[in-house]
Design a protein around this ligand. Structure first.
Ligand code: OFO
Length: 164
């Protein structure tokens, strides 16, 4: 059984993953309208991945006898001044998620819930990859600046960017 504190923490996290999924979905839609095919596919795929992160948490909570609560998620920011602003938002978001996973790990140790501690290791690895990838993309976008040719090539290149 999950302790109340762990259950609350896991539910909060699953709703944050759902928020990530919606955030990337809204970004993908904005980018699609701007004509960046590669970037929009990348963001649609990422939205799907975040949904998988949410599902993994739901299945775990249920397996441990907890009760899942799903929040209504509203994404208020749906337009961006530039791709740079979009990827800055994305990178900031991933850093926040990493901090939250760390807090959850800390809580699982305090509660002596080693099953949850072990379960969360997957998210730790995932966050290392996601932070690295989003920072790498942001660096490239900053380097390209407003250069249209550079953005065109980047839009083609992004298909080859993978988490390591
Ligand atoms: Fe779920 O990893 Fe990004 O937010």
């Amino acid at each position: 059984m999950l302790s109340e504190k762990i259950q609350i923490g896991l539910i909060k996290q699953l709703n944050r993953e759902s928020e990530s999924s919606q955030l990337y979905l809204s970004m993908a839609s904005w980018v699609e309208k701007k004509g960046f095919e590669g970037i929009c596919e990348f963001l649609y795929d990422h939205s799907h991945e975040e949904r998988m992160h949410m599902l993994k948490l739901i299945r775990y909570i249920n397996k441990r006898g907890g009760v899942v609560v799903l929040d209504n998620i509203f994404i208020r920011k749906i337009t961006y001044k530039s791709l740079k602003e979009l990827f800055q938002t994305l990178f900031k978001h991933e850093k926040e998620i990493s901090n939250e996973i760390n807090l959850l790990l800390e809580l699982s140790l305090q509660e002596k819930d080693y099953f949850t501690y072990n379960f969360l290791q997957w998210y730790v690895e995932e966050q290392i990859e996601e932070e690295t990838l989003s920072k790498m993309i942001l660096d490239k976008i900053e380097l390209i600046g407003e250069d249209k040719g550079g953005l065109y090539l980047f839009d083609k290149d992004i298909k080859n960017f993978h988490k390591k």
